[in-house]
Design a protein around this ligand. Structure first.
Ligand SMILES: [Zn+2]
Length: 259
């Protein structure tokens, strides 16, 4: 599942390859992926415009245009952004070669290229003017002060707190397990039980785990991730990994070191 590092890679791909290209057609015919818009609505807003900048907060991504409308793109559980390079003057949204089965949303550029949301699971979204006000600060950029204030509250398990996108945007299931293991903090202790030193250590672990995942190409490169199995052992101390549902998600941790 895409987490913050995968979304950042997609944002950076759009920034490098899709900005400044004039939009001549949009395939927004998938009414589920493009809900609540009706077919043609996103196309009407974007055709003739140029993408000007690509942004991200947590796992939410949006692209600004020179005409005002903002295109929100969400990767869902399995989506990818693909930049296609087709022959000039050949925008064929329905063509079998240019629009494979899993291409849910496509922006066609005047130079023949395209920006595609390719998503086998069909859980991604393309939407105009996405609402981002409900999201907390980005997990990779939040200040120490804001992190202490937002995360260190409530009786909810710590893991659920850091995965609450309104508290902190961008931490998914794997990144949470990795960062908590790096910080030696138990996912099940109440968020309010952390002192400032714990909170600072956790913030550093989230930032370091995120940077590492961006550098290596995904959260599955985390140090503890390969050991998240029923018979897995902690790669640091060798203790059998504990496993439990926390905040509705399968969670693994080292019960010896994460307290
Ligand atoms: Zn351990």
């Amino acid at each position: 599942m895409p987490e913050l590092p995968e979304v950042e890679a997609a944002r950076s791909l759009i920034e490098e390859r899709a900005l400044g290209r004039e939009i001549v057609a949009v395939d927004d015919s998938d009414t589920y992926v493009c809900r609540p818009h009706s077919p043609g609505e996103i196309a009407d807003a974007l055709v003739g415009a140029t993408l000007t900048s690509a942004h991200r907060r947590g796992k939410t991504m949006w692209v600004a245009t020179d005409r005002g409308p903002v295109l929100g793109l969400h990767l869902g559980m399995a989506g990818k952004i693909v930049i296609g390079e087709h022959e000039a003057g050949e925008p064929k949204p329905d063509g079998p070669v240019l629009a494979p089965q899993w291409d849910r949303f496509t922006v066609f550029f005047a130079d023949g290229g395209s920006l595609i949301l390719r998503d086998k699971r069909r859980l991604g979204r393309a939407v105009l003017d996405p609402v981002i006000e409900h999201l907390g600060p980005d997990a990779a950029e939040i200040t120490r002060k804001a992190f202490r204030e937002r995360v260190g509250h409530g009786a909810a398990p710590l893991k659920a707190r850091i995965m609450d996108q309104s508290v902190l945007a961008g931490v998914g299931n794997l990144l949470a397990d990795e960062a908590l293991w790096q910080a030696r903090l138990s996912p099940v202790r109440p968020a309010q039980s952390l002192d400032d030193e714990d909170l600072d250590r956790l913030r550093n672990a989230i930032r370091a785990s995120t940077r590492r995942a961006i550098r290596l190409g995904g959260v599955h490169h985390g140090e503890v991730i390969p050991h998240r199995t029923r018979d897995g052992h902690c790669p640091r101390c060798g203790a059998p990994m504990a496993r439990k549902q926390v905040g509705g998600r399968t969670t693994y941790w080292c019960p010896e070191e994460q307290v």
